[in-house]
Design a protein around this ligand. Sequence first.
Ligand code: 0FX
Length: 242
Amino acid sequence: MQKILIISDNVFLTENIQTLAKTIDNTEFTYFYSSINKSAEALKELGAIPANLKKTETINAITSTFDLVISAHCKQIFPPDLVNKIRCINIHPGLNPYNRGWYPQVFSIINGLPAGCTIHEIDDEIDHGAIIAQTQIAIGPTDTSLDVYERVQHAEIQLISENLGKIIRNEYTATAAKSEGNYNSVKDFKELCKLDLNKRDTLENHINLLRALTHGEFKNAFYTDSDNRRIYISINISRSDD
Ligand code: 0FX
């Protein structure tokens, strides 16, 4: 019996992996979420339990219990202690090595680099290890961050369903990315959100920035008024049907 640990802060992925897990024989799945996750009710209902990857005792418990750890959008970075002791795989909502790090589709809408999803081995750098499988997702001219993200998530489930069995049986080849690509931090995302009303650029680039920062109800792009209050902006964009 193989023991697999899934660490995820994403309800959609956890639900879909649980469905998939039922089809895999001789394997026991356990579900964790990051203890820093402040809105984990739905994950708890799915049977996931909190874990703090910054604690040595958590790492020791994981490495002595499981054969494989899969990160499916985990809020905590896997520490070297974990990565070096047990096989760790990441499911990432970006097409490595492009726009590694935070919210890849946001940056792809702005910088035109390819978007998609990647399953890769975890090494000491973020979204960096050898690539097992990936799917590219096209970005259309009216797509917002949410539009792309929804397609990426569905592609992730498809990619997991095609590869989970092979990963568990250790029957895959992994290939290093062709380049280091580029990395964006949460700070980079927060900087994008601060709109400079005096900035000069093409209208196309301004529209691209706003659709990259439009993601459902999230309040991302803003500027401040004379009372220093934030004015939030998102964009409503669509293509004619004819
Ligand atoms: O599952 P996930 O894509 O993110 C999780 C972790 O929360 C995140 O810390 C980690 N880097 C990632 C690999 O896995 O869900 P999310 O709700 O945090 O973000 C989903 C999308 O929502 C994101 O791509 C952009 C958008 N978003 C999210 C937040 C929190 C925004 O536009 N603004 C926001 O403030």
